[in-house]
Structure formats: structure tokens, C-alpha cells
Ligand binder design. Sequence first.
Ligand SMILES: NC(=O)c1ccc[n+]([C@@H]2O[C@H](COP(=O)([O-])OP(=O)(O)OC[C@H]3O[C@@H](n4cnc5c(N)ncnc54)[C@H](OP(=O)(O)O)[C@@H]3O)[C@@H](O)[C@H]2O)c1
Length: 231
Amino acid sequence: MKTILITGINKGLGKELFNKLVDKGYFVFGLLRNEETYKELLKNKPKNVELILADISNDNCIIEINKIVKDTTIDLVINNAGIGGEGMNLESANSKEIIDLINVHCLGVLRVMKSISPNLIQNNKTTVINLNSRLGSITHQSIGTFKNLDVSYSYRIAKASQNMLTNCLRLEFEGINFVSLTPGKLKTALAQVDANLSPSESAQRIIEHWELEKFENTNGILEVPNKIMEW
Ligand SMILES: NC(=O)c1ccc[n+]([C@@H]2O[C@H](COP(=O)([O-])OP(=O)(O)OC[C@H]3O[C@@H](n4cnc5c(N)ncnc54)[C@H](OP(=O)(O)O)[C@@H]3O)[C@@H](O)[C@H]2O)c1
């Protein structure tokens, strides 16, 4: 049975991915920071689920993840947890918000990877999906592709920094597939005005793509099945 670790399962895309993967019978480690949901989920936890109560914005999560995952081999990692920002221009952008978003989108992924890198399988057998965004593309932001969308400085900066981390990891761990993925324009808490896709449909597409073993190291930001945006 293949084993998956996914972060941010309390709502949105992460919740959809988690529920669908569990229903399909995979063994799933689901990470969430919400204690109430954690307690609720524990009550009827299926055998193929382990829950990790942790906040990826804090180094403690490295230990919390290790405690639960131990030496289990992991076939798929989905670094999904994310937050939005509010400061849309220089005046409203502020250091705290930018630090907070980098702390989740970039350092959160770094912490998860520090925790589980020994559990991944070489020879491109493990895939690591880092949830990114069209809005994290420096190429497209530099030419103004999305200038009509209200997007915070913090979100753009944090997703671009996550892409650099993804590239650092790709170079260090050559035998692992690293994918920077944009899930489409989702109707979730982080939705843009042009959102047109339910998180359930997006989750379905991502899972199908993985089950067909179509994820491979991608030089750019992938939207399944085959659209690649420049970094
Ligand atoms: N929505 C879109 O159109 C869109 C487009 C491109 C990319 N994305 C990316 O896709 C991912 C999922 O987005 P979404 O729309 O599903 O967002 P969402 O509905 O806001 O859900 C985000 C999830 O991440 C969790 N989370 C945030 N910070 C965390 C932390 N420090 N530790 C643990 N969990 C944390 C949240 O937990 P709580 O519930 O406890 O807050 C929540 O469960 C994000 O990385 C996002 O940037 C989204």
C-alpha cells in the first residue's frame, strides 16, 4: 500500500486530497494545526490514517512529524498548507506579514522535508508536490500577466521563495521527483476573483495524475495535466 503525507488537511484543497486518498485506501499521514478538528478526526480515525497535530511555521513540527512517521517509507508528499496575505502595495505591505508567509510557504516546506527526507525513496519513486501558484512565477509577475488581480506582496514573495527552495531540493536530491504545482483557480478561502474550479475537482485531477505515474521533475510551475509556466 502506498503511503502519503499531506499538510494542511483542515480545509480547502488539503481536506479534499486527504479525504479522497483515505477513501481510496492509501495509508495517509495528515498534518493539521487545528486542535478541535484533530480531536474530532481522532474519534473515527480509519486504520489507514495517522494524524499529526503540528504547525509548520514552527521548528517543533520537525519533532512532531518524526514522532508519528518514524521510519515509514513515503511514496508521496504533498506540501499543501498555506495562508494568504493582505498588503497589496508598498504602503500596506509589512514586514511581519511577509515574514509570516515566507515562514509557512517556504520554511514550512523546508521543515517538513528536514523531518522526512530519510523516508523518501530514490530512483524517482517518491514524488514531492509543493503547492505553488501562477502568482509565484517571477517571469509572469515581471511582465504583468496578473496585474489585474489583487495579490499581496507577501503571497507573491513567499511563493517565489518556495520555488527557489524546490530548486535547491531538486539539485540536492536527484533521485526524488520534485514538482511545483499550481492547482488551478480554486474556490477556497484563498480564492481570487477569477476562481473557477472546486477543490474537489482539483484534488481529483492531482490524484489521477499521480496514480498514472505522470509526475516527474518539472522545470517550472506545473498545472496538470501538462501546462508548465516559467518560474
Ligand atoms: N485557492 C487557490 O486558488 C490557490 C491557487 C494556487 C495555489 N494555492 C495553494 O494551494 C494550497 C491550498 O490552498 P487552499 O486554497 O486550499 O487554502 P485554504 O483553504 O486556506 O487551506 C489552507 C490549509 O493550510 C493550513 N495551514 C495554514 N498554515 C498552516 C500551518 N502553519 N501549519 C499547518 N497547517 C497550516 C490551514 O489550516 P487552518 O484551517 O487551521 O487555517 C488550511 O487547512 C496553498 O498552498 C495555496 O497557496 C491555492
